[in-house]
Design a protein around this ligand. Structure first.
Ligand SMILES: [Zn+2]
Length: 140
């Protein structure tokens, strides 16, 4: 038998009652949470060695941290860094389109884009898959 509007009303009321209980349980931690959050904000605003933030998870990236910088300057942390195979998949996806958007890959021509894709494919074939960190792009 299908549910009715009153089934939904009852389930929603039960959920709301639990949410109120959850809020009450969290309440005693509000002040400490606020203090910890403010401290983190204060530190993050004044990190001289941070070269940026991960576009994936918002973690500050320090100069000495392994990271990956896409050719369009988007930077991600080592956790969020792409693998070579995922980059190749992005190239192949773009190349399957009638008008590949090579500029979004930081290339100035379709020929350069195809060369990059081929270099990526050869690298994967010769060296295997791996997370891409800073050195890959600088070497490329
Ligand atoms: Zn990240």
């Amino acid at each position: 038998m299908p549910y009715t509007r009153s089934d939904w009303d009852a389930a929603k009321a039960a959920l709301n009652a639990i949410e109120e209980k959850r809020k009450a349980l969290l309440k005693p931690t509000d002040a400490d949470y606020e203090t910890a959050l403010n401290k983190l904000d204060e530190i993050e605003e004044d990190l001289p060695d941070a070269i940026g933030r991960c576009e994936g998870c918002d973690t500050p990236i320090f100069e000495s941290d392994p990271h990956y910088k896409y050719r369009d300057d988007v930077t991600v942390c080592s956790e969020c860094a792409p693998t070579l195979s995922s980059i190749l998949a992005d190239y192949q996806q773009a190349l399957s389109l009638r008008n590949p958007d090579y500029e979004s890959f930081g290339c100035s021509s379709l020929e350069e884009f195809k060369r990059e894709a081929e270099a990526c494919r050869r690298d994967l074939e010769e060296n295997g898959d791996r997370k891409l960190l800073t050195s890959y792009v600088e070497a490329g």
